[in-house]
Write a protein that binds this ligand. Structure first.
Ligand code: TXA
Ligand code: MG
Length: 350
């Protein structure tokens, strides 16, 4: 299969291009498209066969459910059992945007989308091309991130092609995703709202609107043996570049000292070492191949850069990556959640 890549530069004059993609979706095919978080791999959420093609293209385990994307609030009512007050308020505040809300599902959602769970995650993305694609296809679109399972999520069309070239019929190239990390996944299916995956809509922002919001234990800790995950995504390895990542947390000065020492040691063993750290830290680093995550004081900048940097290290063919831990506040929690997984929870606390 050849993957047709269509750059969307001007949505208005290129409506026919989006319509071509929408026809593919409506006819049961899979199309990669930009969202404000990361690129998605979309198919008709009401069509089991189409949804199965997503799992095939990604190499994704069948028990990991997908998020359903809508372009209008009215579509939500059809997908879920009922929409409680808190969910309605959150949607009014944060949609369109990087927040996925999990509720009890209705029967029209394809079984494959929810991997047999009785809940469904729904979000309204804010990227204009994504919204147009959904409205033109006339169906809700199930879409995971458009990476091969286990790899960092794609934030550019080039990343999507690295993983999906020849596996899908079409890719809409909408440039760089401006959030850079996947949406916040919030479950409202239980008594207390709980964050299963932190993202661009932060815990702090959610609490301001609906009060109590818990952060699930497994956001920063691996599942224990035999523990059943609330979100199946928690149990899989994620976001991994090819080289092993070590995440280093703790006192800033100790961290710089440790990174230099460890990088020097690895280089003495003849290894190519990648250093993934903030601008501030990189100024004091004198070993390894250094890539910046951005300004330590701007967690949204760190979020924007993370996945692209992990992929860059693949091209630089490093043997090991040392990554700087950052504060778990605001988008910092989402960055640390992804880094901990990219490191397979290989974390050193200083
Ligand atoms: O920003 C995003 O959310 C992107 C873009 C494309 O919209 N999508 C995305 O999808 O990140 P994916 O499939 O890569 O991640 C979905 C996560 C997984 O961890 C999955 O386990 C969880 O959401 N999830 C989906 N439905 C769920 C449900 N009903 N209950 C619990 N967890 C669910
Ligand atoms: Mg993903």
């Amino acid at each position: 299969m050849r993957t047709k890549v269509i750059p969307i530069v001007d949505l208005k004059s290129q409506l026919h291009d989006v319509q071509e993609a929408a026809r593919l979706i409506a006819s049961g095919e899979v199309v990669a498209f930009p969202t404000e978080t990361v690129y998605g791999l979309g198919a008709n959420a009401l069509d089991s066969k189409a949804v199965n093609k997503i799992f095939e293209a990604k190499g994704r385990p069948g028990d990991n459910p997908l998020i359903v994307h809508i372009n209008h609030i009215s579509q939500w009512d059809e997908l879920v059992d009922s929409v409680p007050e808190k969910a309605r308020i959150l949607a009014e505040t944060f949609w369109p945007g990087p927040l996925t809300i999990i509720l009890k599902k209705s029967s029209i959602v394809a079984e494959e989308v929810t991997a047999g769970l009785d809940t469904v995650g729904v979000r309204m993305p804010s990227h204009p091309t994504a919204l147009k694609l959904i409205s033109e296809s006339g169906v809700p679109i199930a879409a995971p991130s458009a990476n091969r399972s286990g790899r960092p999520s794609p934030t550019t069309a080039k990343h999507v092609l690295e993983d999906m070239d020849g596996r899908i019929p079409m890719l809409l190239d909408g440039g760089v995703c401006n959030v850079g990390l996947e949406s916040t996944v919030l479950s409202l299916a239980g008594v207390t709202p709980v964050i299963l995956r932190p993202g661009g809509i932060t815990v702090e922002m959610l609490r301001q609107v609906i009060g109590q919001v818990d952060v699930h234990n497994n956001v920063m800790k691996p599942l224990q043996d035999g523990q059943k995950p609330l979100s199946p995504g928690m149990k899989y390895s994620h976001y991994a570049p090819i080289a092993p990542v070590t995440l280093i947390r703790g006192d800033y000065l100790k961290l710089i000292g440790f990174m230099n020492q460890e990088a020097g040691r690895l280089e003495d063993e003849g290894k190519r070492v990648g250093i993934l750290a903030t601008d501030q830290t990189l100024r004091s680093c004198n070993h390894g191949i250094r890539l910046s995550l951005g300004d330590r004081e701007k967690p949204s900048e760190l979020a924007f850069n993370l996945f692209a940097r992990l992929r860059e290290f693949n091209h630089l063919e490093v043997d090991a990556i040392l990554a700087e831990g950052i504060d778990e506040k605001e988008e910092g929690l989402a960055v640390m959640n992804r880094m901990a997984r990219a490191a397979g929870f290989h974390i050193i606390d200083l």
